[in-house]
Design a protein around this ligand. Structure first.
Ligand SMILES: Cc1cc2nc3c(=O)[nH]c(=O)nc-3n(C[C@H](O)[C@H](O)[C@H](O)COP(=O)(O)OP(=O)(O)OC[C@H]3O[C@@H](n4cnc5c(N)ncnc54)[C@H](O)[C@@H]3O)c2cc1C
Length: 461
């Protein structure tokens, strides 16, 4: 038996790659990593979430590609946990498993009319414009005039910015070809960003907000005129607010004090409002909202509370962007409230079994801690998981290969006729996409169907 530890990593997003990187950094353990992803393409939300006009951020994939060059690393794309391989397979083939599958679902608003045609999750829209194969056939009616994005985090701002940009601005990005064509025909005039709390509590970062000062054909406005903070908020700004909040307020002030222009589109920042109903005959036509006020709770936190004041606006599209949510995985415990797999420092625990720890199963990234933080946050998170795993191996006096009953996963995948994609295969696809993009002055032209991706790989091998 090989004296290396065999670790399976499920999911090739930032958390999966940071976990693999940390495993390879260990000097006192010889470790082999097999990484699986349900898509033929690696990198999770870096490919399918990060906005196409934020190419610099996507260059983090160079670090992941270097990790993939380690001779002890193998990638098996187009292999889905829960469809192609299962927990028992992994526990037969590996010493331990790290699940880093992210949070692919979204939180609902819980208001009437949310299911009307024209009401979507930001998750769907983001995945659509980024060419995620599961969403490439979705349709968004961009012939309407008014779109409402509910939420004030960075994802909400991404959605509003993509809707506000001109086709020329978007053409320099790797936005999916069909999305570029659909947005070219967009008739949108007003894009509203709706936050239930005030400007001080907005969850976006200053760099995202600043981009609204630079849009070519869209003017950003803060609803209600020049930004003036009430006495309580002003006091918080001066005493408690962090650096980013202060910068956000400066940017919002700049936005709110600018002279009106004749740009074609407007992006409205609407604070202290919550949707209460979406209505229309078979499709979204109106959105009703209440104005909120902030009240201080016993624990000192400021919470939005509905007032009597109502707002009703014509709406053709609504995007809810109030948080991503994890999905349960077969044979693993799941906390439906937080949308995460119960764990301590990344080690899976069974709430239904006296919170006992599973010695061979771990989690990292969004499925471990919930959908928060930037790409880099997943590094520290994955490091914690890997160290917990190695400490457990030592504490439990585990030996490499002790539980492994079948030597290699490849024969299992072949016996199940799964057409898996290696990292070398992905590089062929990557070269194909970037070459096709260069011909059009774009970073890449994404393939957006799995069948097409597999066909190109077969041709190029
Ligand atoms: C719209 C959006 C924009 C963002 N923009 C930025 C940004 O600009 N800058 C920044 O720093 N952060 C950004 N983030 C945050 C960042 O993307 C996340 O912190 C990070 O991707 C989370 O990493 P993860 O590995 O946990 O999950 P993910 O990146 O979601 O990766 C999970 C992987 O698991 C795979 N998977 C899922 N289920 C299975 C299964 N059953 N079997 C096999 N594989 C499976 C998925 O295909 C995916 O590849 C953004 C997030 C979103 C949603």
């Amino acid at each position: 038996m090989d004296a290396s530890w065999g670790i399976a990593v499920i999911g090739s997003g930032p958390a999966g790659f940071y976990s693999a990187g940390e495993l390879f950094r260990q000097e006192s353990f010889s470790i082999k990593v097999d990484m699986f992803d349900r898509l033929p393409t690696p990198f999770g939300l870096v490919r399918g979430g990060v906005a196409p006009d934020h190419q610099k951020i996507k260059s983090v994939t160079k670090i992941y590609s270097r990790i993939a060059e380690n001779p002890n690393f193998r990638f098996f794309g187009n292999v889905e946990f829960g469809r192609d391989i299962f927990q028992s397979d992994l526990l037969d083939h590996y010493d331990a498993v790290i699940y880093s599958v992210g949070s692919p679902a979204d939180r609902a608003l819980g208001v009437p009319g949310e299911d009307l045609s024209g009401s979507h999750s930001a998750t769907e829209f983001v995945a659509w414009y980024n060419g995620h194969p599961d969403f490439s056939n979705h349709k968004f009616d961009l012939s309407v005039k008014n779109a409402f994005v509910i939420g004030m985090g960075n994802v909400a701002l991404d959605v509003a910015r993509i809707l506000a940009k001109t086709p020329e601005e978007l053409a320099a990005t790797d936005i999916a070809g069909y999305a570029l064509e659909a947005l070219r025909e967009s008739q949108l005039e007003n894009i509203w960003l709706v936050g239930r709390r005030g400007p001080l509590q907005a969850a976006f970062t200053p760099s995202e907000a600043r981009e609204f000062l630079e849009l070519r054909e869209a003017e950003a406005v803060v609803e209600g005129g020049p930004l003036e903070l009430d006495t309580e908020s002003q006091k918080i700004l001066e005493t408690e607010a962090g650096k980013d909040t202060k910068k956000n307020i400066e940017i919002l002030k700049q936005i709110s004090e600018r002279e009106a222009s004749v740009k074609k589109k407007r992006v409205h920042f609407l604070f202290l409002a919550s949707p209460v109903e979406i209505s229309g005959e078979g499709k979204v036509e109106k959105i009703s909202m209440v104005r909120n006020q902030l009240v201080r709770r016993d624990d000192g936190s400021l919470r939005p509370q509905a007032t009597e004041k109502k707002i009703e606006e014509d709406a053709g599209l609504v995007f809810r962007s109030i948080g991503y949510l994890g999905k349960p995985l077969a044979d693993l415990p799941f906390d439906h409230k937080s949308g995460t797999i119960p764990n301590e420092c990344g080690q899976v625990k069974d709430p239904e079994n006296g919170n006992s720890f599973r010695c061979r199963e771990y989690v990292a990234g969004w499925i471990k801690r919930g959908p928060s933080g930037v790409i880099g946050t997943n590094k520290q998170d994955s490091v914690e998981t890997v160290h917990r795993m190695l400490e457990t191996f030592q504490a439990e006096k585990m030996e490499p290969g002790q539980y492994i009953t079948v030597p290699d996963i490849v024969s299992l995948l072949e016996s199940r006729k799964i057409e898996y994609v290696s990292f070398a295969d992905w590089k062929l696809l990557d070269a194909h996409e970037t070459e096709a993009g260069q011909a059009e002055g774009r970073p890449r032209l994404k393939l957006t169907s799995i069948a097409e991706m597999l066909e190109i790989i077969r041709q190029k091998r």
